[in-house]
Design a protein around this ligand. Structure first.
Ligand SMILES: Nc1ncnc2c1ncn2[C@@H]1O[C@H](COP(=O)(O)OP(=O)(O)OP(=O)(O)O)[C@@H](O)[C@H]1O
Length: 239
């Protein structure tokens, strides 16, 4: 399988007065196309810094981040914005839905930025809401939905523009354990159905165990990469 993300000799140093924080301290790995990858580690280990580098939200101090053959560290701000709009979807811990927009409008939002016409935006948003089993909730506003439902809207919004890669930062951090499992199962299923790559950051090894590849980070260094043997799961059989 082809690699969609390649990270080579990556460093991110922060200078705080006399002190140098080695948030990423020489990191190398690859993520294959279509994989669900978890980056796991305790608080302060460097997970969010790594995710920000992969999404082109922060510049590395040194090293390479190559996404589908494109070097992010060589891009300027404008190129990075365009890269994110065209190729990337995000799922956030606090959902980040717009309170004044209903579920359908929230899901359609990434398509506005791409200049897709209104009728097509609405049709795609409805399809995605059906896919996350929220078809009946399309006219509901965020404050009329549970946390789990809001995050399902978040998943639909991340997938609506057919991104190559979805980045998720503690996507179930605000949810109880049962709802968390539901969201993990949903993300695993829809990502496989759409054939995109999912990179999730979590501090929770239990949640990381849903992934095909688990990258463990301690003090800015990778200490292990576990690749799970493919099993014929229920989700895969449904694809
Ligand atoms: N802008 C910054 N300036 C200085 N130090 C920073 C900055 N951002 C992060 N750090 C430091 O880099 C290290 C890694 O931080 P990071 O946020 O990546 O960890 P994390 O694993 O995502 O933690 P958490 O799970 O708590 O979000 C920490 O020691 C943190 O204090």
């Amino acid at each position: 399988m082809q690699s969609v993300i390649q990270v080579k000799n990556l460093y991110k140093l922060y200078y705080l007065g006399e002190e140098t924080v080695r948030a990423l301290d020489g990191v190398d790995f690859e993520i294959k196309k279509g994989e669900f990858c978890a980056i796991v580690g305790t608080s302060g280990s460097g997970k969010s810094t790594l995710l920000n580098m992969l999404a082109g939200l922060e510049k590395p101090t040194k090293g390479e981040v190559v996404i589908s053959g494109h070097h992010l560290e060589r891009m300027n701000e404008e190129q990075l914005v365009s890269f994110r709009r065209r190729r990337v979807g995000f799922i956030f811990q606090a959902y980040q839905l717009i309170a004044s927009m209903d579920a359908e409008e929230n899901v359609a939002l990434p398509l506005n930025f791409r200049g897709v016409k209104r009728s097509e935006r609405t049709a795609k948003a409805r399809l995605m809401l059906e896919r996350v089993k929220l078809g009946k909730y399309r006219k509901h506003f965020p404050n009329q939905m549970s946390g789990g439902q809001q995050q399902r809207v978040g998943v639909a919004r991340a997938l609506v523009s057919d991104p190559e890669i979805i980045f998720a930062d503690e996507p179930t951090g605000n949810l109880d354990s049962r709802t968390s499992r539901e969201i993990m199962a949903l993300m695993q299923k829809v990502v496989k159905e759409q054939g995109c790559t999912l990179v999730m950051v979590t501090h929770d090894p239990q949640l990381a165990s849903w992934a095909d590849r688990i990258i463990k980070v301690i003090d800015g260094k990778i200490v292990s990469i576990e690749v799970k043997k493919k099993e014929s799961t229920e989700d895969e059989e449904m694809v």
